[in-house]
Write a protein that binds this ligand. Sequence first.
Ligand SMILES: *Cc1c(COP(=O)(O)O)cnc(C)c1O
Length: 377
Amino acid sequence: MDKMIMTPGPTEINEEVRMAMAKPITNPDLDLEFYEFYKDTTEKVQKLLNTKNDALILSGEGILGLEAACASLIEPGDRVLCIDNGIFGRGFGDFVNMYGGDCEYLSLDYRNPVDISKLEKFLEEDNDFKMATFVHCETPSGILNPAKEISRLLKKHNILTVMDAVSSVGGEPVDVDDWNVDIALGGSQKVLSAPPGITFLTVSDDAWDAMDNREAPIVGMYCNLTIWRGWYDKKWFPYTQPISDIYAFNKALEISLNDGEKYHRHEKIASATRNAIINSGLELYPNGGYSNTLTALCVPKGLDDKKIRKHLVDKYKIMIAGAFAALDGKVLRIGHMGENCREEKVYKTLKYLDKTFREFNVDLKSKIHEEFVKNLD
Ligand SMILES: *Cc1c(COP(=O)(O)O)cnc(C)c1O
């Protein structure tokens, strides 16, 4: 590979994970050993998310988890609160509407984490919701929401919680049982640094009860979580599992679980990156609540983010990301998550970002990569 992929997912993949994909395959529907391997994979998900809730692995990229949670819980006419302080938070509402829910948006500032006092006030006036959706790490803006406070507050009002933790799991602590999250979901290609293709979810007893007590049947099959019930006891999968993806995913989970330094490393590298951006005279997009899995910076005035990214990848073989929807053209994003959360990789990225900015005549106060090193300890 001649390019370095420093986007906030997909990320570069550990060689052991890549090799796991090449393992010989068996018939996953019939091989009882595979059921044990699969169960081990779900147990690793439970461990990483600190939960006793059932863990499911779905064949499909992260978005499938958002849709499956909405499809399985929402009945036509159900009132759903969609907490919107970013593009993914807002986007949840599309799935709510698609499945007939009556979606109420609580729209908040996109440059700050969810303000708990605003949510508190809102719920005092109106809390008659079956469920609420929110995002732990808003990847397009690099903001980490206070998931524990959000979830506990919603639960206090008997509202089911669905949390998108796609770009936080593995880089920020996620504590499903302690926070009381009914459905938490993640994807393989973000911090866990496995290939895209897997969604995982944890489902609480309350969430299962809500699915069991529906009046209208769940529409569709891939998004119906109840088809998974009893798969291990029955030794029966609802459809043939993508065995190579699961081999890789299991290895990626193992690497993450064995890495006792992961949260500390994400914090250290993210903090040094943010300081490097600020000290060189650039501006971070968030005004607070920074995620440790990526850094979003404002595109310097007068520049086109696509041209910067093209220059960086064509000339220096480093790929970073822009953003989309409401943030299109406004931010540049460096992923320092999972396998990319390494000092040498981030140093190299910042060194060539510095060069690129200078080639575009951006006036920098100091060298971004030198500031990074200074701020590492
Ligand atoms: C990446 C991501 C997803 C999955 O979305 P894709 O655009 O299909 O990669 C969902 N939620 C969040 C917060 C993500 O970062």
